[in-house]
Design a protein around this ligand. Structure first.
Ligand SMILES: *Cc1c(COP(=O)(O)O)cnc(C)c1O
Length: 410
């Protein structure tokens, strides 16, 4: 018999009487708190535990930033505020959430192509660091700063000349809309000096959702090399070096959690040399999904149970419109199942192979394709794990006009 790959054992939530416990509460209690199904629940103690484990593993002088776009719920960002050293935002909306959470502007950076005049002015008025995505953006930032009578804090986001291998989403190497090609960077650095902007340093982000320590280590080493090379053309000291992140979490059968030890060991080995060359630079790792992805769960309720030509379908009140990624339509090439469980029959009881779908009239609205779950009847709760990042705000809530899901931090 061939072994089917299975999901990595997920231990972030306790199971009590075979029921999942998130933030100390059972599924029915969570549903009552959320005002009914479907809803996302995020566990603040799981977020804190993740940060503590990460701090324990990494060298103490590495700064950790939270990439707010992974989960911008204000309560989550507020809970993250004392746990990290800074926030990375990708819009004026996220910037407002970051500031409202109390993060000092000096610890906030703003990346993303196509920043509008309004966004640049907002960033400059707030006093945060703008990660420049193009030569044109530098000119627009300088103009916006002039209008406000301020000096803009800028860092250069570099599009490196290497790729992060086996990354879920490659964002560098070759022609990209993100960052400034490494070979164009010296000219932009000279222009930053000529315009009198406050130069903070470099931002080099080479990919996302990577579970292979060897490729993360390789990317970090190439990033340090590149930053040291570019620093020679810098108009001032490099005070900030954001080396990206890309730490992945196991979503699919056969995937294992990232082994941090080689990554941490390599950082500890590299940092003294980097500091010797650059001086007292703040080295930042920015992470989104790694900090919140495993701390969130999406719950929905079984509305109907039906058989069709030998297959059992559970039709729920949740689906693609709330959780695009779990449906397989957020950047997956081949659809694979997220870890899904019957929320009140997690491990025991009669088990069966079912397909869990949502209420939308499209075959794309699939939450679990032929998975073994505890037996469910209408009224029972189904839970999609690994749902704390790129869930709620990365889904097309308006599609088909159903109500949006609830969202609670417990
Ligand atoms: C999206 C993004 C992140 C976060 O990526 P994760 O995979 O969630 O860690 C970090 N930095 C930049 C520049 C991003 O665009």
């Amino acid at each position: 018999m061939s072994e089917r790959p299975v999901h990595a054992p997920l231990t972030q939530f306790p199971v009590v009487d075979d029921r999942l416990v998130v933030g100390g509460r059972l599924p029915r209690e969570l549903a009552a708190l959320a005002g009914g199904t479907p809803f996302y629940a995020y566990d603040r103690s799981a977020i804190a535990a993740r940060l503590a484990a990460l701090r324990g593993a990494l060298p103490p002088d590495v700064h950790l930033h939270y990439a707010v776009k992974a989960n911008p719920m204000p309560a989550v960002v507020g809970a993250m505020r004392p746990l990290v050293d800074g926030f990375d935002v990708a819009s004026l909306g996220e910037l407002r959430v970051a500031l409202a959470a109390g993060m000092p502007p000096g610890e906030i950076s703003f990346a993303g192509p196509g920043k509008t005049e309004r966004e640049l002015e907002g960033a400059i008025a707030a006093g945060i660091t703008i990660n420049l995505e193009s030569a044109g953006e530098l000119e627009r930032a300088a103009h916006a700063a002039e209008r406000l009578g301020r000096v803009p804090h800028v860092a250069v986001r570099v599009n490196p000349d290497f790729e992060l291998k086996s990354s879920g989403m490659k964002m560098t190497g070759g022609a990209k809309p993100f960052g400034i090609d490494a070979e164009q960077v010296p000219a932009v650095l000279a222009r930053i000096g000529a315009l009198g902007c406050d130069f903070r340093g470099f931002h080099i982000f080479s990919g996302s959702q990577n579970l292979r320590p060897d490729s993360l280590v390789e990317a970090q080493n190439l990033t340090f090399e590149l930053a040291l090379r570019l620093a020679e053309a810098a108009p001032g000291p490099v005070r900030l070096l954001n080396i990206g992140g890309g730490f992945g979490i196991p979503y699919f059968p056969g995937e294992q959690p990232l082994d941090l030890a080689p990554v941490a060991g390599n950082l500890a080995a590299q940092l003294p040399g980097v500091r010797e060359r650059l001086g007292p630079v703040e080295v930042v790792i920015e992470l989104g999904r790694y900090l919140v992805g495993e701390a969130g769960a999406y719950f929905c309720k079984v509305i109907d149970r039906k058989e069709s030509r030998g297959r059992t379908f559970l039709v729920t009140d949740g689906g693609l419109h709330h959780h695009l990624a779990a449906s397989g339509n957020f950047g997956q090439v081949l659809r694979k199942n997220y870890p899904v469980v019957a929320a009140e029959r997690v491990r025991g009881g009669p088990r069966e192979e079912v397909t869990v779908v949502g209420p939308l009239c499209t075959p794309l609205d699939l939450l679990a394709d032929r998975m073994e779950l505890g037996h469910c009847e209408p009224g029972d709760l189904v839970c999609v794990l690994q749902s704390g990042a790129y869930g709620y705000t990365a889904s097309p809530h308006r599609f088909l006009g159903h109500p949006p899901p609830g969202e609670i931090l417990v």
